[in-house]
Design a protein around this ligand. Structure first.
Ligand SMILES: [Zn+2]
Ligand SMILES: [Zn+2]
Length: 185
């Protein structure tokens, strides 16, 4: 514990003040009563802002959270594959690329955000017009991630009805955010 020394000066905690003062009591972190009130007001405001953030988050629909996370996972795959062509046809000159799922996101909840194995850069033609162009996708995917990882992915894809809890989604989203940060670095 830090012993209180009444002669030792402090800096006022109010950021716009920061005046040096000698506290009369150990809990005094302000140079005057006005600044004590201002600090208390700022704390209340910060707490309210935090509460508002949390309330908004609790109101957010799981479907919206899932859609946002899916976009993040797709972005991870596209950043990783920036220099590569389409996973299915190999084209490097498509006008538009997507983050294409091998096992479709809406049917396979456990591999929906699995950008390391289940999501790869894919041209729009293969992704949309050819509905994933899965025969070529499968062949190139096994070459890319290896048969072992493909077998694991296949195993996970067998679960077709799983509802993530909000807590689980939050853990996965934190991981996705960390992955994105690393990929962008
Ligand atoms: Zn002050
Ligand atoms: Zn393609």
């Amino acid at each position: 514990m830090i012993r209180f020394n009444p002669r030792k000066s402090r800096l006022c905690k109010l950021k716009t003040c920061r005046a040096r003062f000698i506290p009369a009591e150990p809990w005094e972190w302000w140079c005057c009563v006005e600044h004590m009130r201002a600090i208390a007001e700022q704390k209340r405001e910060a707490a309210w802002k935090q509460e508002k953030r949390e309330r908004l988050k609790a109101l957010e629909r799981v479907s919206d959270i899932t859609a946002r996370m899916k976009r993040k996972a797709q972005l991870c795959a596209r950043l990783r594959d920036a220099a590569l062509g389409c996973i299915s046809c190999g084209t490097l000159i498509a006008d538009e690329y997507h983050g294409g799922h091998f096992f479709p996101a809406h049917k396979h909840p456990l591999v929906r955000f699995d950008w390391r194995r289940n999501i790869h850069k894919q041209c729009k033609r293969c992704n949309k017009d050819l509905h994933g162009n899965l025969t070529d996708y499968r062949e190139n995917l096994i070459l890319k991630i290896g048969p072992e990882a493909f077998a694991e992915l296949q195993e996970l894809s067998k679960t077709t009805s799983y509802k993530h809890t909000r807590e689980e989604l939050a853990v996965i989203e934190n991981q996705l955010n960390a992955d994105l940060k690393e990929l962008k670095a």
